[in-house]
Design a protein around this ligand. Structure first.
Ligand code: SF4
Length: 269
């Protein structure tokens, strides 16, 4: 099956902010959690984060009548659902398309004099470090031509090994993935920030104690939280450029997040 959808977005407001920091931020948005009815793409999502998820209830995804209703489908939600289904049901073709399109983003960044920084989990928490990419001879030739480097035809353990010259970053709510990152067990070009929710206090404590970064949604950013300095995470989304050992403070986006009562948003006011 051919995947024709555009998988990486680099024209959204987050990506536009990145350009001021010399980066082209390519983000892959799929439908989160179980929204696509094809398995769970956010295995550690909380009830609060699912109810406020940016990938469903903010920005372009919320441009639909009665946007609080997850069953209300506009073009963006429908496209994200189709992409999640393609990832779950046709993974080899999906990953080949993701690789080809990322190569095009890389070429675009180079032409613009920017560094490509990619975020595969724009609305999911997929262990992409364990998702291989089968590069056949035809794809290898296309990638080599687009990127301007020799890419061998073989099975790569993940996108990160296929693109060792690109920095990748993601948020995760999966403690196992974060522990692996903090222990140096992830590919060296893949950075993770742990994402706080109303039900993962002990994991958040462990990440901060280990010197990792934690993203926290506040109604208003404090100076410190949990003993760590809070930085403004809304300035850009280039989490791999953050200093170590900080709390990345984010503010609620979308109506549903602003009304959150689950404890997902920390109220300081
Ligand atoms: S884990 Fe992240 S992407 Fe998944 S539902 Fe929660 S906020 Fe959305």
């Amino acid at each position: 099956m051919h995947i024709s959808a555009s998988l990486w977005s680099s024209d959204n407001p987050k990506a536009e902010k990145a350009q001021k920091f010399g980066a082209l931020n390519a983000i892959m948005y799929l439908a989160p959690a179980e929204v696509a009815g094809a398995g769970n793409l956010c295995p550690n999502a909380s009830e609060g984060c699912k109810a406020a998820c940016l990938a469903m209830y903010s920005g372009q995804a919320a441009m639909v009548r009665n946007s609080d209703d997850p069953a209300a489908l506009g073009n963006v939600r429908t496209a994200r659902i189709a992409k999640s289904r393609a990832f779950m049901r046709n993974r080899v073709a999906f990953m080949r398309a993701a690789a080809l399109q990322l190569a095009l983003q890389y070429r675009r960044a180079r032409k613009a004099g920017l560094e490509l920084i990619a975020r595969p989990n724009g609305g999911t928490d997929i262990a992409f470090e364990a998702v291989s990419v089968d590069v056949d001879a035809k794809l290898a030739a296309r990638l080599s031509r687009i990127i301007g480097k020799d890419i061998a035809a073989r099975r790569y353990p993940s996108l990160f090994e296929l693109f060792p010259f690109v920095r990748f970053n993601d948020y995760t709510k999966t403690p196992k993935r974060m522990r692996r990152f903090l222990a140096g067990g992830m590919p060296s070009n893949y950075h993770l920030t742990f994402s706080r929710a109303e039900d993962n206090a002990s994991a958040v404590h462990d990440v901060i104690a280990a010197g990792g970064n934690v993203a926290v949604v506040f109604d208003r950013l404090p100076d410190t939280w949990g003993g760590a300095r809070v930085i403004d995470g809304d300035t850009h989304d280039l989490r791999c450029t953050d200093p170590r050992g900080v709390v990345v403070g984010l503010t609620p986006k979308g109506r549903k997040a602003k009304r959150d009562k689950s404890g997902f948003i920390i109220r300081t006011l």
